[in-house]
Design a protein around this ligand. Structure first.
Ligand SMILES: NC(=O)c1ccc[n+]([C@@H]2O[C@H](COP(=O)([O-])OP(=O)(O)OC[C@H]3O[C@@H](n4cnc5c(N)ncnc54)[C@H](O)[C@@H]3O)[C@@H](O)[C@H]2O)c1
Length: 260
């Protein structure tokens, strides 16, 4: 039998994806419904969610949710909505993040921008993960969670609110993977490189620093996200940071060697 057919069990498994209105979250949510998984598409912007669902391979499996995940009440409303419409959520992807603006460097970023970045990425990521895990542990059901971190969890980005939020998420993945492994809940990080997806304005000149020679697309992330989420494919993978960056993280101050 093929290893890669039916990566999920749609009768028992259902997913919640944040940031599903755009970019990487949208590509992953669309890939999940394409694999037959009922999925809540959660985002701040209704028009984006509806467009993402309309363009999904099996829109009848997608459920919209609109709200601001910087607010604890909205996170709880999302959990209630997901449970009411899907039953047990077994797969969780946290891709929502406020936009990154180059002007928000260390001397300029204001308190509200700092707070929002941490609230959506780290606080909502922790709260949603923990509440979903509580339900899974009580039901003795396995789960698989994927948090979108960044290469800038480990290297500065000139956006301290962003890099510190991502660094916190990178450690959160390890904490949760260690805490919940015995309960069959796997928690991993997906680490994109420079993806022309919407969250930042991609400078095409960056391509010369990328060994594979181009910026990434959101669709470059979705296949590996599906693979890591699937217990069938990645049942022994937890606490891992999976880098999808075309080799960008190999870049340093030295130009690559001239080969002839
Ligand atoms: N694009 C990249 O190059 C890149 C690189 C490294 C990491 N990442 C990470 O991957 C994830 C997705 O990135 P992207 O470029 O696809 O982002 P994006 O901006 O294209 O999409 C993010 C989505 O999150 C939603 N969102 C923002 N604030 C929200 C809130 N308060 N409540 C609910 N939804 C909210 C937005 O409406 C948007 O649809 C992010 O966590 C980002 O930090 C992206």
């Amino acid at each position: 039998m093929s290893l890669f057919t039916s990566p999920f069990d749609p009768a028992r498994e259902a997913a919640l994806v944040t940031g599903a209105g755009n970019g990487i979250g949208r590509a992953i949510a669309q890939a999940l419904v394409g694999e037959g998984v009922r999925t809540v598409f959660a985002d701040l912007h209704e028009d984006r969610v509806l467009a993402a669902i309309k363009a999904a391979p099996r829109p009848e499996l997608a459920l919209p949710w609109v709200g601001d995940l910087a607010q604890r009440k909205a996170c709880d409303a999302l959990l209630a909505h997901a449970q009411a419409s899907l039953g047990q959520v077994t797969h969780f992807v946290h891709s929502a993040s406020p936009p990154r603006r180059e002007a928000d460097h260390a001397m300029a970023v204001d308190d509200e921008t700092w707070r929002q970045m941490h609230a959506v990425n780290l606080d909502a990521g922790f709260h949603l993960s923990r509440e979903l895990a509580r339900r899974l542990i009580a039901a003795k059901t396995p789960g698989s969670f994927l948090l979108l971190t960044s290469l800038h969890a480990g290297t500065p980005r000139n956006l301290p609110h962003y890099s510190t939020a991502k660094a916190g998420m990178a450690m959160l993945v390890k904490e949760l993977a260690k805490s919940w492994g015995r309960h069959g809940i796997r928690v991993n990080a997906l680490v994109p490189g420079a993806i022309a997806a919407g969250g930042f304005v991609a400078d095409p000149a960056l391509a010369k620093h990328i060994p594979l020679g181009r910026l990434g697309q959101a669709e470059d992330l979705a296949p590996l996200a599906v693979a890591v989420l699937s217990h069938k494919i990645s049942g022994y993978v937890t606490g891992a940071s999976i880098v999808v960056d075309g080799g960008l993280s190999l870049t340093n101050w030295f130009a690559p060697p001239e080969l002839d």
